[in-house]
Design a binder for this molecule. Structure first.
Ligand SMILES: [Zn+2]
Ligand SMILES: [Zn+2]
Length: 333
């Protein structure tokens, strides 16, 4: 009981923190570098240029790799994973640690908090079953009918429906409850206890499943958005609208590149005289371009503070390291 008393405030703090900053957190506010000044492979558009956002109030704000504009929140998110309707907020890479903590805390707190209810639930169910079997109406419409073995999920459904009918029978015998704060709310057999424990079980199963899914996603460096794109792809060769640019200075040997494009600087004076060759390569939908191995992927997320400061990052942008296997494929060796 003392453990549950400690877990609930922790859960509430993490929940409120992950809900907070809906309109502000993680909005990238870096100064976009000039593409020709970039010397390492970087994610870009098909013409090697950087991506900017024109939606809502973003006003041509630069979208560094992994940034996605959340139409629900109306802002760009750096390291966007998904928009969580339960939080009414985006989950981003910077908040994945807190999100995982929330899921793990829910997975532990819900069953611990439900444990004291189980003996009461058992008493209620036994009373309801006994009343159901003893009631002529319930026996006539359900227990004696062959369809009770088939409908509502077969034999288990027969007992579930029979128990619910028992609660209906017991309703006639129930002593009126003086108030919502009365102890009779739990002492008298009532279907609400079944509904409460059933809802807690569903929440627990959901939290456990989500904990596993998110933890696996972290070790694979794959966001929920990436997973959704992968699932919607028809084949492993499906191409997304994401590209990686291998700068000229980083391609001593460019043989084998099949999708080379001439990149022309955007300034009017240089428009017709490309002085550099950037090669862009599409990212295959199944490729995890930022996967650095499960240990490093996990360490990268866990190294973040549990709670971010809620304000956009400033200063010089640091390009995220890319999967060396993917870069080798793009360089053609
Ligand atoms: Zn935006
Ligand atoms: Zn959002």
């Amino acid at each position: 009981m003392a453990v549950t008393g400690l877990l609930f405030p922790c859960l509430a703090i993490v929940y409120l923190q992950t809900c907070s900053g809906r309109a502000t957190h993680s909005v990238p506010n870096y100064t976009a570098p000039e593409p020709q000044s970039i010397t390492e492979p970087y994610e870009c558009r098909s013409d090697a240029s950087l991506d900017f956002c024109v939606k809502d109030n973003c006003k041509m704000r630069w979208k560094p790799p992994g940034t996605h504009h959340c139409s629900t929140c109306g802002v760009c998110r750096l390291g966007f994973d998904h928009h969580c309707p339960w939080l009414g907020n985006c989950v981003t890479t910077g908040r994945l640690k807190a999100f995982l903590a929330l899921l793990a805390l829910t997975s532990v707190t819900v069953p611990l908090a439900s444990l004291p209810l189980l003996p009461i639930l058992r008493t209620h169910v036994i009373a309801a079953l006994a009343a159901s079997h003893a009631d002529p109406w319930a026996t006539a419409v359900w227990w004696n009918r062959p369809y009770s073995w088939i409908f509502c999920g077969g034999p288990p459904g027969r007992w579930v429906v029979g128990t619910l009918l028992g609660f209906r029978v017991l309703r006639e015998q129930r002593i009126p409850e003086p108030s919502w704060l009365s102890g009779s709310l739990v002492t008298q057999p009532h279907a609400r206890m079944v509904i409460l424990v059933g809802a807690a079980t569903l929440l627990w199963l959901f939290a456990v499943a989500m904990t596993i899914v998110v933890a696996v996603g972290v070790t694979r460096s794959q966001t929920t958005l990436d997973s959704a794109c992968t699932r919607s792809g028809n084949t492993a060769r499906t191409i997304t609208n994401r590209f990686v640019c291998i700068p000229y200075s980083d391609t001593p040997d460019s043989f084998g590149s099949t999708s080379a494009v001439q990149w022309t600087p955007a300034t009017p004076g240089d428009r017709h005289e490309p002085h550099n060759t950037h090669r862009t390569h599409p990212i295959l939908i199944t490729e995890r371009v930022y996967d650095l191995g499960w240990r490093e992927n996990w360490r990268r997320v866990m190294a973040q503070p549990l709670f971010d400061h809620g304000m956009p990052c400033q200063g010089v942008y640091k390009w995220p390291k890319m999967n060396p296997t993917v870069i080798r494929r793009m360089k053609g060796y």
